[in-house]
Design a protein around this ligand. Structure first.
Ligand SMILES: [Zn+2]
Length: 345
């Protein structure tokens, strides 16, 4: 493999190759984009270009000693830092700093890839910042994160920012077909639902995932006209059966569903992810676009809250009430409080 083989990220790849061509390698990069869009593959391939001893047209040859060592994951000058549990800790950055006392072992460059850089704990982030402020020569840092806002602005400002786009459905479909051998209609469905992420596509390829998402859309559309007490009942069953990660995925599904409604409402010429019922389509066309945007943000916030251990049932209730209010115009708080009185407390 080479940098040019990273699928669907022509702009980022072209930019990185230009830097190689100009021999103007910044000491730190930040690659942002949602998971499963090729950030890690591009970072490793960029490292390979820098280490390759016989580069071809500003890309790695894929055959020399260093190229092979990178394929085998044994190149001594390519270091990957990943989270230890849920976070990247100060000790890990200190350990890294120790290694900078030595020059790169084999080539001109040492490449340090920091995966999920948004998981740097505060002290670790500050220690990394210190390193980036006085970068040891011969080292290239590549930080990977979903979004720049998730990192300290002082770190972001020291990095050359490269954005990775969601992948085209055709690229995801090719990948799914190669990996799973599923029939074409199923492959097309997974590619559509993946929203441009190979990681998501891989997840959806597992058994029952698509059925699960169909159920989520069904639950959301069922909120139209649903009495509040029944809503609590639905949510209670929903949260009762699911693990935390499953609910996170369910909310991802809800978010994509709201994105479809935004596309419908704004008349954007973009294929929808789900097949939306006529009733919901009608409802979406009546709603102010702003309230759909707000709902989208609410769901994103709920996803973040789940990551920091928010209560599953309360989070889902909040999302369902917001959908009922924003999409179907049924934020009837009187019936809400009346219903609450009937609940055994
Ligand atoms: Zn090579």
């Amino acid at each position: 493999m080479a940098l040019g083989d990273v699928a669907g990220q022509q702009r980022a790849v072209r930019f990185l190759k230009q830097l190689v061509k100009k021999d103007a390698i910044p000491h730190a990069f930040l690659f942002t984009g949602m998971p499963g869009t090729g950030k890690l593959a591009a970072a490793v391939e960029f490292a390979r270009v820098l280490e390759c001893v016989r580069p071809v047209e500003f890309d790695a040859c894929g055959r020399c000693g260093p190229c092979n060592k990178i394929s085998e994951g044994v190149h001594p000058d390519l270091i990957q830092v990943r989270s230890d549990g849920a976070s990247i800790k100060l000790d890990q950055i200190r350990e890294l700093r120790e290694r900078f006392r030595f020059r790169p072992f084999e080539g001109k460059w040492r490449v340090v890839i920091i995966r999920d850089a948004q998981k740097l704990l505060e002290q670790a982030a500050n220690a990394l910042l210190k390193i980036l402020e006085e970068p040891p020569p011969g080292n290239v840092f590549i930080l990977l994160a979903p979004e720049a806002q998730m990192l300290l602005p002082t770190i972001v400002s020291r990095c050359c920012h490269v954005r990775f786009q969601p992948l085209d459905d055709t690229i995801v479909a090719e990948f799914v077909e190669r990996q799973s051998g599923l029939p074409p209609d199923r492959v097309a469905e997974i590619a559509r639902l993946s929203a441009g992420s190979i990681e998501k596509a891989r997840w959806l390829t597992e058994e029952d995932r698509i059925a699960g998402w169909t159920k989520v859309v069904h639950n959301l559309e069922k909120l139209d006209g649903l009495p509040i007490l029944d809503l609590f009942q639905t949510v209670s069953e929903w949260a009762g059966k699911a693990a935390r990660e499953d609910v996170e995925q369910d909310l991802e599904c809800a978010r994509l569903w709201v994105r479809d409604l935004i596309l419908l409402r704004t008349g954007a010429d973009h294929p929808l992810t789900f097949s939306i019922s006529d009733k919901t389509k009608e409802a979406a066309r009546r709603v102010a676009p702003e309230s759909l945007f707000l709902l989208y943000k609410d769901i994103e916030q709920a996803m973040q809250n789940l990551k920091v251990n928010a209560n599953l049932q309360l989070t889902l209730e909040g999302v369902c009430l917001a959908v009922k209010d924003s999409v179907y115009g049924q934020g009837d708080w009187n019936s809400f409080s009346k219903g609450r009185q009937d609940l055994p407390l």
